[in-house]
Design a protein around this ligand. Structure first.
Ligand code: EPU
Length: 339
């Protein structure tokens, strides 16, 4: 099984993009399924599998074993003249994978440029941005069942993908480690998604009238860099909350009271309200309590100005949830995993 090095009382500060301090009782990494089998043979209780730590808020020390997925490798599985199936190891950094695909001329995930985290974590919350979600290009994934060591293949229908949601956040929470994900991408006739106003405005600024996938990737990188804080400089985990979806009756009542309410129809008779708007309306944008704050350029992002602990950031999140609830009657739900 090779050498498995298990560390005790390991600080996780460098392993979560909020940069909060918390200790794992045990910590290890693995870079292959064989190494993961070796980790499992230690028979320690597994707390969770760690990816990039970019969707995680640690509010306490973690009992049990935290195992970081570092399975690498990108492979072409099959291709035709028009399409290609590419797979990547669960530990591959998501944006490296996007860059590999964009520079190879493979289209479908350019709108997902610069999303933090790893390939293996991406399906768990069906990552999405600027009109694309990974379910749109998903082919299959392989996941190792932690209780048995057996590898199972999941097709799209098996994953129950929803808005920032999948079976891996629900019935199968904590049961599998995603070791490989395969995507079906285009080689020709790319289906460019440029409907988001921010993308159109940025392409215009870049002087590009007929974008290719590389131009869209560049535009998305510019937008994200201008609105979202770089975790290397300011601890954060991207959007802290999900955008709530409400029934139309509730929406029309709210629109009477708040005529400027921002909303997007979901297509199934409901309305999605940007949580960032709700939070800003409650006066939180740019506010700070100690080292925990609500980001000045995007109210949906909570930040750690230095030495905030997870408990303090979560307390701020609770205060925000309470005040949005009081003003709008909408209960926000966190998008990050709070532990
Ligand atoms: N808004 C405000 N104030 C703010 C922020 C937003 O009023 O401080 C309003 C504006 O009207 C704006 C609208 O909200 O037009 C939407 O904002 P934005 O385009 O920044 O997108 P978002 O809904 O806040 C979602 C995703 C992001 C993704 C962007 C772009 C969720 C929870 N978040 O944010 O994903 O990058 O759309 O598609 O769905 C993430 O999940 O971590 C993430 C960053």
């Amino acid at each position: 099984m090779g050498d498995i090095k298990i560390l005790e009382h390991q600080s996780l500060r460098a392993y979560n993009t909020f940069g909060v301090e918390a200790k794992a009782q045990w910590f290890t990494t693995f870079n292959s399924t064989e190494a993961l089998h070796g980790v499992l043979s230690a028979r320690l209780p597994i707390a969770f599998i760690l990816g990039g730590g970019s969707n995680l808020l640690l509010t306490r020390d973690v009992p049990g074993l935290v195992a970081k997925n570092e399975i690498g490798g990108i492979q072409i599985e099959s291709e035709t003249d028009d399409a290609i199936v590419v797979s990547a190891g669960g530990g591959v950094v998501w944006h490296h994978f996007v860059q590999w695909c964009v520079s190879g001329g493979y289209g479908g995930i350019e709108n997902l440029s610069l999303i933090p985290g790893t390939v293996g974590a991406a399906p768990i919350q069906n990552i999405g941005a600027y009109g694309v979600e990974i379910k749109d290009v998903f082919e299959y994934l392989e996941a190792l069942e932690l209780a048995t060591g057996v590898i199972r293949t999941f097709r799209a229908a098996d994953c129950h993908f929803g808005y920032r949601d999948s079976i891996f956040k629900n019935q199968l929470t904590g049961q599998y480690c995603i070791v490989k994900v395969a995507f079906r991408l285009t080689k020709t006739r790319h289906q460019l998604k440029t409907t988001y106003g921010a993308i159109q405005d940025t392409l215009k600024e870049m002087g590009i009238a007929h974008p290719d996938i590389a131009a869209i990737s560049e535009a998305v990188i510019r937008i994200r860099s201008s609105k979202l804080p770089d975790p290397a400089r300011l601890g954060n985990a991207g959007s802290f909350f999900k955008n709530p979806e409400i029934e139309e009756t509730q929406f029309f009542a709210l629109q009477q009271a708040f005529p400027s309410i921002v909303h997007f129809p979901t297509g199934d008779g409901r309305q999605k309200i940007p949580a960032g708007w709700l939070i800003e309306q409650c006066g939180w944008k740019g506010k700070r309590t100690g080292d925990a704050g609500c980001y000045e350029k995007q109210a949906l992002v909570l930040v750690n100005y230095g030495d905030a602990n997870g408990h303090e950031i979560y307390a701020l999140a609770q205060d925000i949830m309470d005040s949005v609830d009081r003003k709008f009657g909408i209960r926000l739900t966190p998008e990050v995993n709070v532990i």
